[in-house]
Design a protein around this ligand. Structure first.
Ligand SMILES: NC(=O)c1ccc[n+]([C@@H]2O[C@H](COP(=O)([O-])OP(=O)(O)OC[C@H]3O[C@@H](n4cnc5c(N)ncnc54)[C@H](OP(=O)(O)O)[C@@H]3O)[C@@H](O)[C@H]2O)c1
Length: 279
């Protein structure tokens, strides 16, 4: 099981729980110190040292490099968790010329998923499909996503965040249309409001974390993820969940035409050719 954003918060909590249950976990993270801490925590939980790969998703070449290493090191991937995400502090474009929030939260995972697709195919069996799980958010509801130009600069970081989470659901919808027939089932979920490193630079979000009962722990945030990784009833292609139940997304996030258009523009944004990539 490959977990991006495995060095902190929801991803780390999921990785530890999976390791404790005996699963082989592979971690991706950006910060070397946090990644090493995650490696130690997963080893302590499961008794094995997990493979770990460092990549800053704000640099697509680092995603390509990590993807190539993963492909070289692992023959099969049964579950890919696209969970890395942030509320980007800066509104400057990345070195790839893309909105930083959209690149980290959607485009980098989109690229990585394509790079790993053959390994997901190899991880699917006749009785158990491979799974792609993406961490989205109820913030999709305020996404102002131009599906023709996902990487365009956004005016506000919260609007950028909403747009990226909308892209997560649209990615899941289109990936399900394309890949379910090959035994690869994509789903996504909203973890709830979770006390983690997320949003620590936002005064509004940090203040909200102080409200009693509003935020839950990272372990609680990982519960739906763990269920999606394992349960038969969670094998709902293109499904969007929260608290282990179907969850409603706005029409802008589930519209099949928007999902197709975003797929094409995302291929272009990350430098993939439609003719040479996964079906
Ligand atoms: N917390 C919430 O209330 C909430 C609500 C809805 C959805 N979510 C979503 O849940 C997911 C996990 O967030 P979290 O709450 O667990 O926050 P977190 O503790 O900040 O964890 C975020 C993870 O994403 C990784 N990440 C961030 N920027 C990255 C980059 N540029 N390149 C590579 N990896 C990067 C981090 O790596 P490093 O630690 O190594 O930097 C970390 O492992 C995100 O997709 C977030 O949008 C969170």
């Amino acid at each position: 099981m490959v977990v991006t954003g495995g060095s902190s918060g929801i991803g780390l909590a999921a990785a530890v729980a999976l390791a404790r249950a005996g699963d082989e976990v592979v971690l991706l993270g950006r910060d070397p110190g946090r990644l090493q801490h995650a490696v130690d925590a997963v080893r302590e939980a499961g008794g094995r040292t997990p493979a770990a790969y460092r990549a800053d998703f704000a640099v697509l070449d680092e995603v390509r490099e990590a993807g190539a290493k993963l492909v070289a090191d692992h023959e099969r991937i049964a579950v890919l968790v696209n969970n890395a995400g942030q509320l980007a502090p800066a509104r400057r474009l990345t070195a790839d010329g893309l909105d930083p929030t959209m690149q980290v939260n959607h485009l980098a995972g989109f690229l990585l998923t394509h790079l790993l697709f053959e390994r997901l195919l190899a991880g699917a069996t006749t009785t158990a499909p491979a799974r792609i799980i993406t961490t989205s958010s109820a913030a999709e509801a305020w996404g102002t996503l131009d599906v023709a130009r996902p990487g365009r600069r956004q005016v506000s970081r919260w609007l950028a965040y909403g747009a990226s989470k909308q892209a997560n659901v649209l990615f899941t919808v289109e990936a399900a249309r394309r890949w379910t027939q090959y035994g690869v089932v994509p789903t996504c979920f909203f973890p709830g409001l979770i006390r983690s490193r997320f949003g620590r630079r936002s005064p509004m979000f940090s203040l909200a974390k102080l409200a009693p009962g509003l935020f839950r722990s990272a372990e609680q945030g990982a519960e739906t993820l763990l269920w999606l990784a394992d349960a038969d009833e969670a094998l709902v292609p293109g499904g969007y969940f929260a608290w282990k139940r179907p969850f409603g997304a706005t029409g802008r996030s589930t519209n099949a035409d928007r999902a197709r258009r975003l797929w094409q523009s995302s291929l272009t944004a990350v430098g993939l050719e439609a003719s040479t990539t996964a079906p």
